[in-house]
Design a protein around this ligand. Structure first.
Ligand code: IPM
Ligand code: MN
Length: 376
């Protein structure tokens, strides 16, 4: 593992598309303040990228950008990629090359998506803001395999005479890919306090092993890895049943792990339990590198208005500091991460400065400033 100097860390900042460039500066401002309070300086290199960048330049990111992320940075903070109409000639999302370039190029095999509901956050469901799930009942971490499954670049289409007749996506599940992400999930469970329901440390395997061969492999590897962690309860759910249980009984879940696309879908639903995409953070982690990003996308409908919720980016930055603190052994960063989370918790509990997606009227900037103030 690379060793960072104890008093400074280097972050590659990729604002990207849409609301990305609006929320990322708020996350970085909060990060700097929290790190500075621990005597740690933050160095940044900003990397332009995304669908709009591609429309302007013909490249998804500049030459050397990947190397900056790989060789210079201790961690990466990404806004979002994707813009309406920005589509590569092969039909892929322009900007996707950045996200997938980093996921595959840096082998970020575990996509960690905590779903934690803070007191004061309302749910926007059925057209109204209301409290549906109790905050004490929603505190789980979903982990999605991030380098194979349906996202393995094994796709193709048969086009004859200009007409696409057949398209194929292959789902690749490997023992190596399954084993490492499942072990990662158990390691996270070991550090946590168990499920809200009963305090039991539990890892849930989400799959569709009743139908898919890859899921049967994933499930059997899960059983093997679980043996290494006798203090942690193991459990299996088919993905369809899991989706129901997630909504009806979130308090039962502590850590859950799944394959790439099932995890992609499940984590969007889990985000609803915590108040929506505006507050859902993520960290994509490998052995030596990690990228942090709100689960929300570029949200083109909100872009340019300064009203996007920066809390997902801010909480992602807190995850970044926690990861850096733990993997680089810099305890001050762990404290900085907790300080940010506590400040967010305070702001939403107080409920005076909430963005539009949480039923308030505050701008991106105002929410960012409120978090800064709450850190003092
Ligand atoms: C996510 C996103 C991406 C994914 C898209 C933008 C390619 O939905 O990070 O969950 O599907 O992985
Ligand atoms: Mn997604």
């Amino acid at each position: 593992m690379k060793k960072a100097a104890q008093n400074s860390i280097k972050i590659a900042v990729l604002p990207g598309d849409g609301v990305g460039p609006e929320v990322v500066p708020e996350a970085m401002a909060v990060t700097r303040i929290a790190a500075r309070a621990e005597g740690i300086a933050i160095k940044t290199k900003e990397v332009p990228c995304g669908g709009r960048y591609w429309q302007e330049t013909g490249q998804e990111w500049p030459d050397g950008a990947f190397e900056t992320c790989r060789d210079w940075a201790d961690a990466i903070l990404l806004g979002a990629v994707g813009w309406p109409g920005a589509v590569l000639p092969n039909g892929d999302l322009a900007g996707g090359g950045v996200l997938f370039g980093l996921r595959f190029g840096l082998d970020l095999f575990a996509n960690v998506r905590p779903a934690k509901l803070y007191p004061g956050i309302p749910h926007h469901v059925n057209g109204v803001y209301q409290e549906i799930w109790a905050p004490e009942n929603v505190d789980m971490v979903l982990i999605r395999e991030n380098t194979e499954g349906c996202y393995a670049p094994v796709h193709g289409q048969l086009t004859r005479g200009g007409e696409t007749e057949v398209a194929v996506d292959s789902r690749i599940i490997t023992r190596k890919g399954s084993e490492r992400v499942i072990r990662f999930a158990f390691q996270i469970a070991k550090r946590r306090k168990g499920a809200p329901e009963d305090g039991v440390r539990r890892v849930t395997c989400i799959d569709k092993a009743n139908v898919m061969a890859g899921c049967r492999l994933f499930r059997s590897v899960f059983g093997e890895v679980a043996e290494e962690f006798p203090g942690i309860e193991k459990e299996y759910y088919y993905v369809d049943a899991f989706m129901q249980a997630l909504v009806r009984r979130p308090e039962h879940f502590d850590v859950a792990v799944s394959t790439n696309m099932l995890g992609d879908i499940a984590t969007d639903l889990a985000a609803v339990l915590q108040g929506g995409m505006g507050v859902a953070p993520s960290g994509e982690m490998g052995a030596n590198h990690a990228l942090f990003e709100g689960v929300h996308g570029s949200a083109p409908d909100l872009a340019g208005q300064g009203v996007a919720n920066p809390l997902a980016a801010i909480l992602s930055a807190a995850m970044m500091l926690e990861w850096l603190g733990r993997t680089r052994r810099i305890p001050g960063l762990g404290r900085a991460a907790r300080r940010i989370e506590t400040a967010v918790r305070r702001v939403v509990k107080e409920g005076k400065v909430l963005p539009g997606d949480l039923g308030g009227q505050a701008s991106t900037r105002q929410v960012g400033l409120a978090v800064q103030k709450a850190m003092k």
